[in-house]
Design a protein around this ligand. Sequence first.
Ligand SMILES: Nc1ncnc2c1ncn2[C@@H]1O[C@H](COP(=O)(O)OP(=O)(O)O)[C@@H](O)[C@H]1O
Ligand SMILES: O=C(O)C[C@@H](O)[C@H](O)C(=O)COP(=O)(O)O
Length: 322
Amino acid sequence: MNKTIDLVAIGRAALDLNSIEINRPMEETESFRKYVGGSPANIAIGQAKLGQKVKFIGKVGDEHHGRYITKYMEDAGVDMSDVVVDNEGHMTGLTFTEIKSPSESNIIQYRDEVADLYIRPDEVKEETIASSKILLVSGTALAQSPSREAVLYAIDLAHQHDTRVIFEIDYRPYTWKSAEEVSVYYTLVAQLSDVVIGTRDEFNMLENSEEADNAKTVEKLFNYRPELIVIKHGVQGSHAYTKDGQVYDGKAYKANVVKTFGAGDSYAAAFIYALNQGKGVEDALKYGAASAAIVVSRHSSSEAMPTVDEIEALIIEQDGSL
Ligand SMILES: Nc1ncnc2c1ncn2[C@@H]1O[C@H](COP(=O)(O)OP(=O)(O)O)[C@@H](O)[C@H]1O
Ligand SMILES: O=C(O)C[C@@H](O)[C@H](O)C(=O)COP(=O)(O)O
C-alpha cells in the first residue's frame, strides 16, 4: 500500500498537570498548568511539529479531558480520526509533575481504569498501519489487556505491511503486576521490533536484571528482529548500536534546565524524524539530543516540542555546524 503517513503512534494520550511553582516539592505546590501528555502523544505532537504526517491510535475518556486532548492534538497536526472515545465510563489518565530542582523532577500518575488501556484489537484499523512508514509502540500500552492485545495485533499488521516497528520502552511503574510480567512483554515486543529505544534502567526492566551491560543487552536482541538499538543515559548522553556492529556515541547538549521530564519523548520525536529524512544514525543522535535540550529548558513535554529550525540552530550554536 502507498505509505502516505510517516508515523502512527499507539498508546496513551493523557493529561500532564505541571507544577507552576518550580523548584518546590509537590507537598508545597498549589498550582498546576494543564498540557497534553502521555509519551506516545508527546512523540506524535513532536513529530507533527517537525513537519511529519502523523496519526494516533488510542482511546480517550468521554469527558472534558478526552475532548481537550483530541482537539489539542488535531490542532497540532496529528490525525486523530482513529482515536476511539470510551463508552464504558473509563476516564482519561492524569499525571502530576513535581519540579523540585533543575536536576530532580518526579511524576505521580493516576492510571487505574484509564481509558487508554481499554483499546481493543478490533479498534485498530489495518489500513492505518498499512499506510504508515512507522508504527511507534509505547511500552506502557502493554501493561494491561485489552490494550496489550491491541498493540500485539498492530505489530502483526505492521509486519504484514512492511511498516517499521519502533518500540519506545516507556516504562511506568503503574498497572503492571510484577517485574516478571514487565520483562516477558517488553522482551517479546523488543524481539518483534525493528528499532528499540529506552533508558538503561528501562532495559534493566526488560531483562529483569541489574547487570546493566549495554554490549550484552544488544547482543541478545540482535539475535531477533531489531536492527538498531538506542540506550539512553540521561545527561550523560546515549549510545546507538546497529546489527552490523557499529556503535555510535551521542552527547547531551548544554541546556538551561527547567525540569528533566520530557527529555525522552522529545529525543524520540527528533531521532525518528532524522532517520526518516534519510540522515545517518550519528546525525539522528544529534537531532534527538538537541530536541531534548530544548524541551528540558521549557515547561511542558508537548507544547514545548521544537521545530526543525530550532533544533538545527542549537546544533550549530553548540557544535559550530550541522
Ligand atoms: N539535563 C539535561 N540536559 C540536556 N539534555 C538532557 C538532559 N537530560 C536528558 N537530556 C537528553 O535527553 C536524552 C534522553 O534523556 P533520558 O533522561 O536518558 O531519557 P528519559 O527522559 O526517557 O528518561 C539524553 O540522551 C540527553 O541527550
Ligand atoms: O508519559 C506520560 O504519561 C507522562 C509524560 O507526559 C510526562 O511529560 C513525562 O513524564 C515525559 O517524560 P519523558 O519520558 O522524560 O519524556
